[in-house]
Design a protein around this ligand. Structure first.
Ligand code: PFF
Length: 467
């Protein structure tokens, strides 16, 4: 009896510094780096956008990530429990509740895209994607996404894979798998980078990525960069609070957040290097939007020697990245349900996966069965994407920053950030507090207003002005 109680109350955690980095990086690195980052960069003009994006990561994304880690580690609790522990009688726990909801909604469309990626590994290997013409590869993509049984099968397979890993636990599941997957991802990316860079004519793509044309920085480019930074670093919805709660008291949190943000940015840049030199070398256009990965990339691979092998590798690494990110998304409701309601990990995982599967199916069928179901002017897929990226994540991020900056208190934050005074990082604490008190909330308010289209009058005012 006593033993059972102990098992229930003892909290699992990451077992080593390397494990922590792997898991947190595993959350940040995902479809955001390999699917979103390249197409948003392509659509926004390349290098200048990347520079603004880097600024957004450093000044907004990084401080919010650190805030979530501090809250999580201090309370050793899930997203809702953490706020409850810090401010028991205040409505701050709603921020955690909104995070759990966000995790569900992101999972609903993220598992759809991850399913397409899983499917593409097999399509690439089996020879279904052998044309070098975008019209042909578009046909393959279109038939996949407008199907019913096929995309659903892949989405549920994705859920089964991550459910199995999550059920194994924090140390034996998440930490063990991400520790294995992250190095694999780097190696695969490196191989594809070398391939892309050695194609004749690759220089033009590199120039697109690294030679900024500052006339391209407009107000809307800054907004796109800020939104991406949020999604990229998995902040604003409790994933980093949850993972932070598994981090040891001796870990240097600011150092860790900086390392993760740097490594995540490196992966995005490496994905850019894998894609753009090849796109330019083979005569394609970089501004293809969301279909860049599924339509243009296969055509690019098919235009080069040994393309099929590289294509299989490429989609494998994307699947790896997406899987690590989904583990952190799924862990948010799992930690909440097991801690707040005392559900077993098994029960929580099975029921959550079932719920995500049902909700996510509506996203997957957005191009077929539910193509005509339009809610607030959007299909289910777009609605989940829009509501999370443009509303819930920014709202979550702003409250996290406000909470740490204005509610928790300087002395307590300093204690947590310096590991009870053992780390001498006074200057860093001061810079960080300035960012979360002022810069982060102001920047996020701008993103939020733009996301809700409330800022249109301002945009039209600034329209032709380059910053
Ligand atoms: N950071 C992930 C990516 O870039 O693909 C997406 C993500 C994962 C967002 C986990 C939020 C989250 F909690």
């Amino acid at each position: 009896m006593v033993l059972k109680k102990e098992i229930h109350t003892k909290r699992e955690g990451f077992s080593s510094s390397i494990g922590v980095i792997a898991a947190v990086l595993g959350s940040a690195v995902g479809l955001g780096n390999i699917w979103k980052f390249p197409y948003v960069t392509g659509a926004n003009g390349g290098a200048a956008f990347i520079l603004v994006y880097l600024l957004c990561v450093a000044l907004v994304g990084l401080p919010v990530m650190l805030s979530e880690h501090l809250i999580g580690r201090h309370t050793k609790a899930n997203a809702v429990g953490a706020f409850k522990a810090l401010q028991p009688r205040r409505p701050w726990l709603l921020v955690g509740g909104a995070g759990v909801l966000s995790a569900f909604l992101i999972m609903a469309f993220y598992t759809t895209v991850a399913g397409w990626i899983y499917a593409y590994i097999f399509k690439a290997a089996g020879g279904a994607l052998i044309s070098a013409k975008p019209e042909d590869t578009f046909g393959v993509f279109n038939s996949l996404i407008s199907g019913v049984g096929e995309p659903l099968f892949w989405q549920w397979l994705v859920l089964l894979v991550i459910g199995t890993i999550i059920m194994a636990g924090v140390t034996k599941g998440i930490e063990r798998v991400t520790k294995l997957l992250m190095p694999l991802l780097f190696i695969l990316l490196l191989v594809i980078d070398i391939r892309s860079l050695t194609l004749p004519g690759a220089g033009e793509g590199l120039a697109f990525l690294f030679k900024p044309d500052f006339s391209k920085i407009t107000f809307s480019v800054v907004l796109a960069a800020l939104g991406l930074a949020f999604f990229k670093l998995s902040v604003g919805m409790g994933a980093m609070i949850t993972y932070g709660s598994y981090v040891d008291k001796n870990e240097n949190l600011p150092k860790m957040a900086i390392k993760v943000a740097l490594a995540d940015t490196l992966v995005s840049l490496m994905a850019g290097i894998a894609i753009f030199p090849a796109v330019f070398a083979l005569g394609f256009e970089p501004n293809q939007g969301a279909k860049l990965l599924f339509v243009i990339i296969p055509a690019v691979f098919n235009s080069m020697p040994f393309g099929r092998v590289f294509m299989v590798l490429f989609f494998m690494l994307t699947a790896v990245a997406a899987t690590g990110a989904m583990l952190s998304l799924l862990e948010v409701p799992i930690a909440y349900l097991t801690e707040q309601y005392r559900w077993t990990r098994r029960k929580a995982t099975l029921l959550t996966i079932l719920a995500i599967g049902l909700l996510g199916s509506t996203a997957t069928l957005s191009n077929s069965v539910f193509a005509n179901v339009i809610v607030f002017g959007k299909t289910f897929f777009d609605l989940f994407d829009f509501t999370t990226s443009n509303i819930l994540l920014p709202v979550g991020g702003i409250f996290v920053a406000l909470f740490v900056g204005w509610q928790w208190g300087y002395a307590k934050v300093k204690r947590e950030m310096s590991n009870e005074g053992r780390l001498k990082n006074d200057g860093l604490v001061r810079i960080y507090m300035f960012l979360v008190k002022f810069i982060v909330p102001i920047a996020i308010v701008i993103v939020l207003l733009a996301g809700l289209n409330l800022i249109n009058p301002i945009i039209s005012f600034f329209k032709d002005i380059s910053i």
